[in-house]
Design a protein around this ligand. Structure first.
Ligand SMILES: Nc1ncnc2c1ncn2[C@@H]1O[C@H](COP(=O)(O)OP(=O)(O)OP(=O)(O)O)[C@@H](O)[C@H]1O
Length: 222
């Protein structure tokens, strides 16, 4: 579970000061599915980066299962991300020269999983997102929705506890958006994942079991 207390992220450049987050308190229970919405510049991506240990607060604490991510060394943070946290981004972030299978396997290399086991788990993860027939294709041979499925398989193959998604359907048409959301929700349900998604899309916000709104770095009632 996450417990955020007084999380502030201040950016200072010369005399300019921007609080991307300004004293956020938030608890996210294990298995929660939370959507974060709000106007552009409201701090949504910054919040996701805090949850993922990709950025640190300038003050406040970000506890994940009782451990303050803000206080961990870079090496330990990398380990926590590798073990517990999967990420999905708007832009898929696949390696264009690798096949779907190889892209998914990349998530297991830092965990020391042996090649044979990597291949097996990557194939299973791709099958679980409906891409079992496309293992040998490179991203350029796949549609946007299929590429996002590869990215979801890559996030899930290490069996994380938490899945963080930043506008995961932002580059997709409406029908594909709904398919991808169905895949994400089904996988989260099946594995009891804690799921936090940032979106501008009011349709997605409406189907969220739990919704919070960030405006100017502050959580406001949704
Ligand atoms: N490295 C940085 N230096 C200065 N300001 C920054 C930096 N990163 C983010 N900010 C500022 O922090 C605020 C919050 O940014 P953030 O990207 O978290 O917002 P957002 O809600 O995700 O926006 P969007 O919906 O447009 O993606 C913005 O005003 C942004 O300009």
């Amino acid at each position: 579970m996450y417990e955020l207390t007084g999380v502030t992220r201040r950016h200072t450049r010369g005399k300019d000061v921007v609080d991307a987050l300004a004293g956020v308190d938030l608890t996210i229970a294990d298995g929660d599915r939370l959507v974060v919405q709000g106007p552009t510049g409201g701090g949504k991506s910054t919040l996701l980066q805090m949850l993922g240990g990709l950025d640190r607060p300038t003050s406040g604490s970000v506890l994940l299962d009782g451990v303050d991510l803000a206080g961990l060394s870079e090496a330990r943070l990398t380990e926590v991300r590798g073990e517990k946290i999967g990420f999905v981004f708007q832009s898929f972030n696949l390696i264009p020269t690798l096949t779907a299978q190889e892209n998914v396997e990349t998530a297991l290399v830092p965990l020391g999983v042996k090649p044979k086991e990597r291949r097996k788990r990557a194939a299973e993860a791709l099958a679980s997102v409906g891409l079992g027939e496309r293992l040998g294709h490179v991203p350029g041979e796949l549609s946007g929705g299929q590429q996002q499925r590869v990215a979801i398989a890559r996030a899930l193959v290490k069996q994380p506890r938490v899945l963080l998604a930043d506008e995961p359907t932002g580059n997709l048409d409406e029908a594909t958006r709904d398919e991808i959301m169905d895949v994400l929700e089904a996988r989260c349900e099946e594995h009891g994942l804690t799921f936090v998604m940032v979106t501008h899309d009011s349709h997605l916000a409406r189907r969220a079991p739990r919704l919070v709104t960030l405006r100017e770095g502050v959580l406001v009632p949704s």
